[in-house]
Design a binder for this molecule. Structure first.
Ligand code: PLP
Length: 405
């Protein structure tokens, strides 16, 4: 029987191949250090868990909830935007709660895309940015990730040579997987570009709060006039270590938010009310939980970068996100990111995400997620060192002779 139309557009998740190897190695007794998935290992702050437990005892909260989010939650998200970005949002028309930002993004794609519509999407990028549109019959045109002057000339060309004209531009800063961070000046140019070409901007700001420098990442909605054409997605998953709770937001342009709200009203009844109340409590907090999470990732970043460099793997320190984007050491680069990642599982007991899983432009890289503690990161570096020093003698079949020192 022929594969279903939609399913044919979804190749097997590349990460699954590494996951399968990882599971097999663990079943064989290996202690795999898992830096693969961006699945935060930190517990959700106790006060948020306590609020959930308190609210869940009230049977009134067991009924269907509100698809667009309870009013207090939408108000809390609007207050966060006012506090953090100086952006004023109407909680009734410019904010919708989503079942994680991934769901929000995918359903926004569904809401605004007609078959054959062209969308400008970074490569490499978090997979839902492309597949959200591919699933709804859209067409992807890849653009660059680097948020500097080199971003615009290829974008101009992409617009000029796309038929039909693209409808939307996806941006994601701080970026998963590359950890690039955008400035407000860059966003000003993006907004001007989008207006000139009548594009919708979909901005994924999932890592708004995971940054290590002095300047917090801006929101594109800070640009005057951005509200005319922009929706931005944020997530509780990383900020409050709540990945399993499935809580995120879309905010911005009224018409776009109304389209997403309409689609969602047909699909879901919103997150479980106790989760929405606990999320409200989190957003209305004093920010100390966020600062703690940030500090933990920063320490891990520093430990990993230093220890990996000593082991012979130079990894640029990310300025934001919980990921490092590392070029594969030269002598292994010809293998491609998937084979290199498999080798790391088999020979070094380390799982990473192969860059190819984020788009073909990522194949010279692997993504290292900071989701194990400092001790385990140092252990990973020791494993790497052992692997690198024995590779020349043990991997004749994968390291070509001219690549050997
Ligand atoms: C860039 C980016 N966007 C969205 C998501 C999904 O987040 P959520 O858990 O809110 O669906 C992730 C998760 O890793 C991400 O890295």
């Amino acid at each position: 029987m022929e594969e279903f139309h939609k399913v044919r557009r979804l190749p097997p998740y590349v990460f699954e191949q590494v996951n399968r190897l990882k599971a097999a190695a663990r079943a064989g007794g290996a202690d795999i250090i898992d830096l693969g998935m961006g699945n935060p290992d930190l517990p959700t702050p106790q006060a948020i868990v306590d609020k959930l437990c308190e609210v869940v005892r009230d049977p009134r909260t067991h009924r269907y909830s509100s698809s667009k989010g309870i009013p207090g939650l939408r108000r809390a998200q609007a207050a966060y935007y006012a506090r953090r970005f100086g952006v004023k949002l109407n909680p009734d028309t410019q904010v919708v709660a989503t079942l994680g930002s991934k769901e929000g993004f995918a359903n926004m794609a569904q809401a605004i895309t007609a078959p054959g519509d062209v969308v400008l999407c970074p490569n490499p990028t978090y997979p839902i940015h492309a597949f959200g549109f591919l699933m709804t019959g859209g067409v992807i045109r890849s653009i660059s990730v680097e948020p500097d002057d080199s971003f615009f000339p290829p974008l101009e060309r992409a617009i000029r040579h796309s038929i039909p004209k693209p409808i939307a531009l996806i941006i994601n800063y701080p970026s998963n997987p590359t950890a690039h961070v955008a400035s407000l000046d860059f966003y000003k140019e993006v907004v001007a570009f989008a207006k000139k070409h009548e594009l919708v901007i979909l901005s994924d700001l999932a890592y708004a709060e995971i940054y290590f420098g002095d300047v917090p990442p801006p929101s594109v909605l800070e640009v005057p006039g951005a509200m005319d054409c922009t929706v931005e997605f944020t997530s509780m998953s990383k900020t409050f270590s709540m990945p399993g709770w499935r809580m995120g937001f879309a905010v911005g342009n009224d018409r776009l938010i109304a389209a997403l709200t309409r689609v969602k009203s047909y699909l879901d009844y919103g997150a479980f009310t106790p989760i929405q109340v606990a999320a409200t409590h989190a957003l209305n907090g004093d920010g100390s939980d966020i600062a703690e999470v940030r500090a933990i990732y920063k320490r891990r970043r520093d430990v990993m970068v230093e220890a990996f460099a000593k082991a012979g793997f130079e990894v640029p320190p990310p300025e934001a996100t919980m990921f490092a984007w590392a070029k594969i050491p030269e002598k292994f680069r010809h293998l491609g990111s998937l084979e290199f990642s498999k080798l790391l599982v088999e020979k070094a007991d380390i799982a990473v995400a192969p860059g190819i899983g984020f788009g073909e432009q990522g194949d010279d890289y692997v993504r290292i997620a900071l989701v194990e503690n400092e001790h385990r990161l140092r252990q990973a570096a020791r494993n790497l060192k052992r692997f690198f020093s024995s590779a020349d003698d043990t991997l004749h079949n994968v390291i070509s002779l001219n690549a050997r020192r």
